[in-house]
Design a protein around this ligand. Structure first.
Ligand code: HEC
Ligand code: HEC
Length: 396
């Protein structure tokens, strides 16, 4: 018997209680998790990655992600931990005026970056840099975050946007209070950490687990790579143009390539450990000094920025820390003819005479590079329910 049936009987049978207790849900006792779109059994956030992620293919630069996973021993990914992280990630209650969540600037359909050159914070003010993709954050041996690497670990990083006055603008006490106020967190904390105690350390751990679970391996590149003995041999599912682009991207100059892979390395297409680099965007640094001044006082880090992953690069534009390029062709033209002689320009972008290298690529080769970058797009990244907004019912 449903509650409203009981109520209909009320006038005549005032002193009888409803007998069918199974269906009787007293007011106020609905499951607080019901407003969230979460599965009954938590999703698997520790999926097996393809074997080739862990194989070195014998090339000059390591292709395996072995040793570059920055997951700390004290915070392995658990399904319930990442689920809590997912809810926190999309919860607008974590901004002062309840308008902005992590997911506002890291959008699934943009591979967890943002299409605005500068994202908008809680009062609409622009961020200082272009939002970064969160995919493959886990594969960076140095484990430092932001373009200037000012966050020493992901666990340190994830709380910073909530405290940032432009982005979400809470103070540490308010963060705990906002989480405690939402009825759904009690059960989520118990499942993730065994008790209902809300601490900033637990919030940091859960958000980090959720972000580290975002790994991309369902692209055309992966379909080809799975059938090939190594990265460098032609892929059977690629067009001639895509294979040419792959050659150019992977191979050093001595083998006829343009050596993008010196910096954008491994199967995750991240920088495995080299740290912030100057890629010749400007001849001299302007107001954004990059890594210098934040985590290091070494002047040679002026104008050096973290190297983002190139997986899903088609989705994450505009490009570079200051969003100066709208299209990937502009990025390719930058490396082809636009690299500037910044005092800290990486040696990999210099020619034999020590100045900025011109690649002199043909139109065909520029297009081939572009086509190769397109093969790194993973459509599942934007539709995988594990990473989507669980508050979706509330927006309907
Ligand atoms: C208002 C927009 C905005 C919001 C909200 C926001 N971010 Fe970001 N995020 C950015 C921008 C912009 C950057 C790059 C900033 C920089 O390098 O200085 C960034 C960078 C990052 C990075 C660094 C990635 C890397 O590879 O180094 C991580 C991780 C991240 N954000 C996670 C989060 C989390 C977790 C939240 C919610 C707690 C969040 N962000 C909320 C805009 C935002
Ligand atoms: C010396 C190291 C180095 C080499 C070699 C290199 N890059 Fe980069 N790349 C970087 C750095 C550093 C950035 C980020 C710079 C910034 O935002 O200030 C970057 C950014 C990019 C981006 C934009 C990423 C984003 O999310 O905004 C693309 C696309 C890219 N590189 C493609 C290439 C291609 C294609 C090649 C080969 C032609 C190449 N890179 C060679 C270091 C390098």
């Amino acid at each position: 018997m449903k509650l409203h049936h009981c109520l209909l009987l009320l006038p005549s049978l005032l002193f009888l209680s409803c007998s069918d207790e199974k269906d009787y849900v007293p007011r106020g006792t609905t499951n607080p998790l019901e407003i969230l779109d979460l599965p009954a059994v938590a999703y698997d956030y520790n999926e097996q990655l393809p074997g080739y992620f862990f194989l070195n293919d014998g090339g000059p630069v390591p292709s395996s992600v072995n040793g570059i996973d920055n997951t700390p021993a004290h915070n392995p990914i658990t399904n319930d931990g990442a689920t809590l992280g997912r809810v926190l990630f999309y919860d607008k209650n974590l901004s002062l005026n309840r308008t902005t969540a992590c997911g506002s600037c890291h959008r699934a359909e943009k591979a967890f970056a943002d299409s605005s050159p500068f994202s908008h914070g809680l009062y609409g003010q622009p961020t200082k840099r272009n939002s970064m993709t969160l995919v493959n954050a886990r594969f960076y041996q140095r484990g430092r975050f932001f373009y200037d690497e000012r966050a020493a670990s992901l666990e340190d990083q994830v709380i910073m946007p909530i405290l940032d006055h432009t982005e979400m603008a809470l103070d540490p006490g308010q963060i705990l209070q906002r989480v405690a106020e939402q009825p759904y967190y009690k059960q989520l904390f118990i499942k993730a950490f065994g008790s209902n105690t809300i601490t900033s350390e637990r919030i940091e751990k859960a958000l980090s687990q959720f972000i580290r679970s975002m790994v991309s391996h369902n692209s055309k590149y992966d379909a080809g790579r799975a059938q090939a003995a190594n990265m460098r041999e032609p892929f059977a599912n690629f067009t001639a143009e895509e294979n040419r682009g792959k050659d150019l991207f992977l191979k050093p100059f001595s083998e006829g390539g343009v050596n993008c892979y010196a910096c954008h390395t491994t199967e995750a297409f991240v920088s495995h450990n080299i740290g912030p680099i100057n890629n010749g965007l400007d001849a001299a640094s302007g107001t954004d000094l990059g890594a210098y001044g934040f985590y290091t006082s070494s002047p040679e880090m002026t104008g050096a920025f973290k190297i983002p992953t190139l997986r899903n690069i088609v989705l994450t534009g505009p490009y570079m820390h200051d969003a100066r390029f709208t299209t990937l062709m502009q990025v390719i033209e930058h490396y082809n003819s636009g690299v500037k002689d910044h005092p800290n320009l990486s040696p990999w972008l210099k020619g034999d005479d020590g100045s900025a290298r011109q690649l002199n690529l043909s139109e065909y080769d520029k297009l081939a590079l572009l086509r190769f970058l397109y093969t790194l797009t993973d459509q599942t990244i934007m539709s995988d329910p594990r990473w989507l907004d669980p508050f979706i019912n509330q927006h309907l």
